[in-house]
Design a protein around this ligand. Sequence first.
Ligand code: ISE
Length: 334
Amino acid sequence: MSTRIAIIGAGLMGADHAKIVAEDMPGATLQVICDMDAARAKSVAEAHGAADIASDPEAAIARADVDAVIVASPDFTHAPLSKACIAAGKRVLCEKPLSQKSAECIGVMQAEMEAGARFVQLGFMRRYDQSYVEMRRALSDGALGRALMMHNFHRNVETPASDFTGAMAITNSAPHEFDVVRLVLGTEYASITAHQPRRSDARVAPVVMVLETTDDQLVTIEINNNAAYGYDVRAELVGEAGSIAMNNVAYTRTDMALASATRYDADWRGRYHDAYVRQNRAFLRFVETGRFPDIASSSWDGYAAAVVAEAGVRALQTGTKQAVEMIARPEFYA
Ligand code: ISE
């Protein structure tokens, strides 16, 4: 029996998930594309062969012909729609963030714990990227010795929206690093500082953060959403006995006219396509077996990212180091 999937939201990410469900997830059926904009829902449905379209997300979630849900609607809908999936007994792959408000993430965790089972897999797809998989392995193999620092660069060509702010670099882009560094280092954060240089134009300047972990390590994160040259994510994990760095992911190099060049992706969808496919296939197995995937992010991880992002915004606004204070991790999410 194929798993029938509804996708809520037919924008950039909803369309990308529809393509992955249709082309890269054997055992899944693209059942419903739900969007308030009927024309957009129809266009994505026709492009990828969905059985139906809808405009009411909660009704789409409740449909008898929908077994699982991918939420790719605007950020503020993620937590309430995840709770609707829990109430309907449907497993959900929710695009990041679960919520930008840590209190709202706690509400989702409470709903899951009351339901007595895991329903929410969060879309921090970097966990499935081979570069971070190899970094984790190098650390767990002992090759690096104890982890001391991790340096991260996350550069977009230009801000995804005209109203993008420095604070949004912390709440929208940096959660990827906040989450994957927690996974690689196996630790939480104790504090954060945030700084911005001055650009000569009106574009959002980069944000550079320095975080201390609860294991006395240092993490640096640069978010530059107006890098101009390409979508470029880098990371280096530095241990006491060595380091491991991410290579630029390019399948080809062009050599001509006394020059050598590789190309950057225009945005994250190309750079992380394989990670999205691995993540989404893990979600399908989660739906089929009820067993939460080993490296996937949960509602707890969504909460952890929101807490450090909230502290990061305070740090940027005040120019002072901010403590990262979390609730105790429920046994349910151990
Ligand atoms: C965007 O929302 C994403 O999630 C991308 O993965 C990230 O690279 C980008 O900076 C965000 O704006």
